[in-house]
Design a protein. Structure first.
Length: 141
């Protein structure tokens, strides 16, 4: 179910030999993302459960279960911005009905993130995945 953009990240991670290079790549992906407008950094878009400040903004195209799910996000931590970029690659472009079908832990495990993130970062990543799942469910209702 993983999107082509996510598969590209998986391939890049397989090419990079050590975790330091992968870590730098995640940070570079975060740096490449456009920042979220200050007007969208509000309590309604903030993700609770993250050590860093994180905002996720859904952008749904169409209506009903066939609507297409996109989202943008931002964080005050560069590594978290990179994790958001990874989640954008994993979820964006799916039908809203398919968002809940993504086995995010299994897909992210392909990158080895579960082995190399601190417990706080792992908890924050789970909180972001749960928020994305809820946004998809709300949009498909």
């Amino acid at each position: 179910m993983a999107r082509d953009a996510f598969e590209d990240i998986v391939e890049t991670f397989e090419f990079l030999d050590d975790w330091e290079d992968r870590y730098r790549h995640v940070i570079d992906m975060g740096k490449a993302m456009a920042p979220l407008e200050e007007s969208l950094r509000v309590p309604a878009t903030k993700v609770e459960g993250c050590a860093s400040q994180v905002w996720l903004v859904p952008e749904i195209s169409g209506q009903g279960r066939e609507a297409t799910f996109q989202f943008r996000g931002d964080s005050d931590a560069m590594i978290v911005r990179g994790l958001i970029a990874i989640l954008v690659a994993l979820y964006s472009g799916l039908n809203v009905a398919d968002v809940a079908k993504v086995d995010a832990p299994a897909e992210l495990a392909r990158l080895g993130l579960d082995e190399h993130l601190s417990s706080q970062r792992s908890n924050g990543l789970r909180a972001m995945v749960e928020r994305i799942r809820l946004l998809g469910e709300k949009a498909s209702a």
